[in-house]
Design a protein around this ligand. Structure first.
Ligand code: URP
Ligand code: ZN
Ligand code: ZN
Length: 457
């Protein structure tokens, strides 16, 4: 028996570079053909009339099954990637976090084991380097050869994930020599640590002090420092989860000087603000993430940076923790609230609604931000990130007319709250294909656990 053939008929194909009416023939795991009024036999025909068809979303910043703050993120590779697929994201790149004393090779095996047999979407990994030794540095070429050519280093989370400037610099040099990309969590961990202890000693324990101990100036400072060190090392740099004017300005200035400095932001920084920390009781804990939510004036800065290309990707930084038994660990001490929130499922809804529907970005730019740019930057293009013959049959058939309200009740992430609760969004993935298999239907997950594959890059 030949490979299954699916014809997606009558839709408007949206790629980052162009938008056109075409039928699409999927053959097995790949896109076989694009054309007007294709006259082909198919095992299944999808009517995409009135709908947009774009490449599957790629979320290159997720934390699934990640040990963090005396607990672990509540979505594993099954629940997390199933929810991602329901929302139109068919691939993720997750962070494999090096434990103290562990080799990178062993870290990669640990994370592969977490995903195998569970993932619905396809998955790759970045290495999170937390304990740099000469031996670990020497593993970087091997990581590149194994398909993990990117690594995140943290300039914050003192006493846990944070690395010194020296270790950050040494990694930049070796990564640059080996064609790997260093990603940076840019906040000044020493200053945060000092401010946290100061607030706690004054009895200031509520969630809002999380934000007050991490002001935008120290994100700007760490972003500028990381750029300076990358420039001296002669290496490219990618700044994750950018939240504020202070950081955007440093990135833009570096780009204006021709430096290979790139960055992303996340929907929470476009939609939410410092005001959320003031919600009654312990509700502010829902929004404890790092860097923290900012004054709402930063939202326009970030939208502009996405629009003009200063920030090239919208990722979720999906790091969900339940309120009931996880966020509550910091009830009497904001510094013990697990940092992060869930958004792997809502990323496309929020960018479509706030971006395309609000007239801030075009549909092509939308596709670039959620799929094509992550594929290009992180070595998946053109296998992923584009609808073209020979590419993986990862497609989203998007109905722009359907509306719903984001909520914990309706979402599919394994977490008991949604930071975007109550926001009305427009547009919904009616069909989601991952390598030719249906993994999402009308906003619901329908894929099989374990059908996702490792993506060496
Ligand atoms: O608060 C966050 N962002 N948690 C996940 C870890 C990180 O720093 O990306
Ligand atoms: Zn981070
Ligand atoms: Zn993160």
């Amino acid at each position: 028996m030949g490979e299954k053939r699916i014809c997606v008929r009558g839709g408007t194909v949206v790629n980052a570079a162009d938008e056109f009416r075409a039928d699409i023939l999927l053959e097995g795991e790949r896109i076989a053909l694009l054309g007007r009024d294709l006259d082909m036999d198919a095992d299944e025909t999808i009517d995409a009339t009135g709908k947009y068809v774009f490449p599957g979303g790629i979320d290159m910043h997720t934390h699934l099954d990640m040990p963090f703050f005396a607990t672990a993120t509540s979505d594993d590779f099954h629940t997390g990637t199933a929810a991602a697929c329901a929302g139109g994201t068919t691939s993720v790149i997750d962070f494999a976090i090096q434990a103290k004393g562990e080799s990178l090779a062993s870290t990669l095996e640990t994370w592969k084991a977490k995903a195998k047999g569970k993932a619905v979407g396809d998955y790759g990994f970045h290495m999170a380097v937390t304990d740099l030794t000469d031996a670990v540095l020497a593993e970087i070429p091997e990581m590149v050869a194994l398909g993990v050519p990117s690594m995140k280093l943290f300039l914050a989370y003192k006493g846990a994930l944070m690395v010194s400037d020296e270790d950050f610099f040494r990694t930049l040099v070796t990564a640059g020599e080996n064609g790997a990309l260093v990603m940076v969590h840019a906040e000044n961990g020493d200053v945060i640590d000092h401010l946290q202890r100061k607030f706690l000693s004054e009895g200031k324990t509520e969630p809002r002090y999380h934000a007050l101990s991490r002001p935008p100036a120290i994100e700007g400072e760490a972003t500028g420092r990381a750029i300076a060190l990358a420039e001296v090392a002669g290496a490219p740099l990618y700044v994750v989860h950018v939240t504020c004017r202070e950081a955007v300005e440093r990135i833009r200035e570096a780009q204006d000087r021709g430096l290979p400095v790139h960055g992303e932001t996340c929907p929470q920084y476009l939609y939410l603000s410092y005001e959320n920390y003031l919600e009654p009781g312990f509700e502010g804990a829902k929004y404890v993430m790092s860097p923290p939510l900012r004054d709402a004036s930063n939202q326009a800065v970030l939208w502009k940076a996405l629009g003009d290309g200063t920030l090239e990707i919208l990722s979720s930084d999906h790091a969900p923790f339940r309120m009931a038994d996880q966020k509550i660990l910091g009830k009497d001490d904001f510094s013990k609230i697990p940092n992060g929130a869930g958004g792997i499922e809502s990323r496309l809804y929020l960018l479509w609604t706030g971006g395309v529907e609000e007239g801030r970005i075009s549909r092509k730019k939308f596709v670039d931000l959620v799929s094509a740019a992550p594929a290009r930057r992180f070595g998946l293009y053109p296998r992923k990130g584009v609808i073209a013959p020979g590419s993986d049959a990862d497609l989203v058939v998007w109905d722009p007319t359907v509306e719903h309200v984001l909520s914990a009740e309706a979402h599919h992430m394994a977490v008991d709250f949604n930071p975007f609760e109550g926001i009305r969004v427009k547009g919904r993935p009616e069909w989601v294909f991952r390598r030719g298999e249906t993994v999402g239907r009308s906003g619901n997950p329908v894929g099989e656990a374990g059908s996702g594959e490792f993506l060496p890059r």
